[in-house]
Structures are given as C-alpha cells and as structure tokens.
Design a protein around this ligand. Structure first.
Ligand code: MN
Length: 312
C-alpha cells in the first residue's frame, strides 16, 4: 500500500492534500505534515493543502488558495476523513486520482487507493509511519511539529486508549526534531476566559443517569450569554469525561439549523448510535446531529440504554 502511494506521488507533478471540515490538530497536522514531507522529498513538485481556514489552528498552518484548473491533472490525497461528505473543499472531485489515508472505520470506501488503519491513534501517526517507510521520504522539523500535534490532539495527550506502544515510540522520535513543544502545548490547550466560564456552566448543569449516561444541552441562548460560537465549543467535550460514574456523555450544542451532538464514551460503543443520527466516528468518540430538542432527548435516552447494557 505504501509503495503504491509513493509511486503515485512520484508520478504526479501536482499534489493537492485535503482533510475534513471543522478541522482538528490531527486533520491539519496530517494534511500539512504530509505536504512538508513531500515538498522536502520532491522539491520539484507542486504540493498544496486546501480547505476552509480555521483561525484557531493558524498556529499550525494556513491553507493554500489555488485555482480550480490545478485540480484537473492532480493527485488528490485526503487525510483523516472517513466520509466524502466531510471532505473540506469539494473540488477534490475534479482530481484525477484519489488516495484516502485515515484511521476512522472505513465505512465510506472512497478513493482509488485507501490506506485505512483503525489501530493507529491518529492519521498523523500514519503519516509519520509513511515518512519512515522509505528512504526517498524526508522528514523536517516543521513536519515533526505538525505530526506531533496531531498525535497529541487525537490521543488527548497520550491519555486515550488509542495510545499504543507504537504511538509512544513515534512520539519519542518526533521530539528529537527541533520545535518548541511548550509553545505548541500552549497554543493547543490555553483557553480563553469565556471558554473557561462555559466549562464551569457545563460542570454545574450536566445531568447524569443511574447507568452513567450523561448529557448537557447548550442552547443558542447560553452560547450568547457566554459570548461564544458553536465552533468554539469543540474543546469542551472532554469536560465531563473524568467525573466518577460517567460512562458515556453527550454535549448538545444548538446551531442555526441543527443541534450538534458530540458523543464520547469510556467503554460503551457509541458510533453505531451516532450513525443512526446523521453522524459517525470512532467507537468511543463520535458526532451526530438532531433537528429538535425532542430528538436530542431521544438520542440521550438511547445512550442511556447502551450504558445500561454495558457491564462495568
Ligand atoms: Mn484523526
């Protein structure tokens, strides 16, 4: 698989790398990390990273603005994106050949080559594995910084069970590159005062059932009160995770036309539930969306049933 990917990279002059909408450090880290590796290894190639800008992740990288015509004869690589619907920048469809590199369950098997490894902690872990695989591929300090941030992000700072022996091994190698780890952590985890106060609200108002199913509803009114947007709530989802007795939890956030449900679990599998509510993801970390608060209650009830039948 990796040989096929290298062969395709060698074959194409223009390579455009995509990732998912509403990016996280793993999305940007794998996308731009791979870009840096290809640029360092094959300086004559034109390599671009595209997708919507997310100012909160500008400390990692900014996107390239490119013309539609560049896509026609391009190799497209999509990182960290399980479904085609979540690919940021729809012009990937104009590309000549598509490679998917991902660690989410391969439900939507798009792409001409699909390298999907659900045992990897992150797509960044796969990108680093790829860079190590062949002598024609060169790592750089900047690629190391980007890849390291994605691994740190997707493992919750090496806390989540997706963290393996291999993850630590790679992280140990990555910190040998020259980048400012303290600055990176600060950029990733410092929160604004309003987010800290929102976290306080969540901790004051969550509901927990006997089974350990937990939820909190954040209405538009609450968002307004704290002066934050729905996008800014992304980092708040872990807030309920370390409370004793919580097995799985949902943070509902009201948006313009939908209510977004961020679902997390410490054991019960929740991505099958997310699939039933216009979403998906990992067994222990998924997203879904509902159309009303009634439907939100329904989803919370289903989570309660899942927690009840889960032992321990
Ligand atoms: Mn990821």
């Amino acid at each position: 698989m990796k040989d096929q990917i290298i062969a395709k990279i060698k074959e194409y002059e223009t390579i455009i790398i995509h990732r998912h909408v509403r990016p996280d450090p793993d999305a940007i880290g794998s996308q731009v990390g791979l870009k840096k590796i290809i640029q360092a290894s094959f300086p004559d190639k034109n390599v671009y990273a595209v997708g919507e800008e997310d100012p909160s992740l500008h400390f990692l990288a900014q996107m390239d603005e490119i013309d539609d015509t560049l896509f026609e004869k391009a190799l497209i690589i999509v990182c960290d994106t399980a479904n085609q619907g979540r690919i940021s920048d729809r012009r990937y469809e104009l590309g000549e050949y598509i490679i998917k590199i991902d660690h989410h369950p391969n439900n939507d098997t798009y792409g001409d080559i699909k390298w999907v490894d659900t045992t990897a902690s992150s797509t960044c872990e796969l990108i680093y594995e790829f860079a190590k695989y062949h002598q024609s591929l060169k790592m750089t300090d900047e690629a190391a910084r980007l890849i390291y941030s994605g691994i740190v992000g997707d493992t919750g700072r090496f806390l989540f069970p997706n963290t393996t022996n291999k993850t630590f091994h790679y992280a140990a190698e990555l910190v040998n590159y020259d980048f400012d780890r303290t600055a990176l952590y600060n950029s990733m985890y410092d929160v604004t005062e309003k987010i800290a106060r929102m976290r306080g609200y969540i901790l004051q108002n969550f509901e927990i059932s006997k089974s350990g199913a937990t939820s909190i509803k954040i209405t538009q009114e609450i968002l307004d009160e704290f002066g934050i947007s729905s996008v800014e709530t992304g980092g708040l989802v872990g807030t309920l995770g370390d409370i004793q007795g919580v097995k799985a939890w949902i943070i509902f956030i009201e948006e313009k036309y939908i209510i977004r449900a961020r679902i997390r679990s410490k054991g019960p599998v929740i991505n099958t539930l997310a699939n039933q509510y216009n979403g998906g993801g990992h067994p222990l970390a998924s997203g879904a969306s509902v159309k009303s608060w009634e439907e939100a209650d329904e989803l919370a009830k289903e989570l309660d049933i899942i927690c009840q039948s889960y032992l321990n």
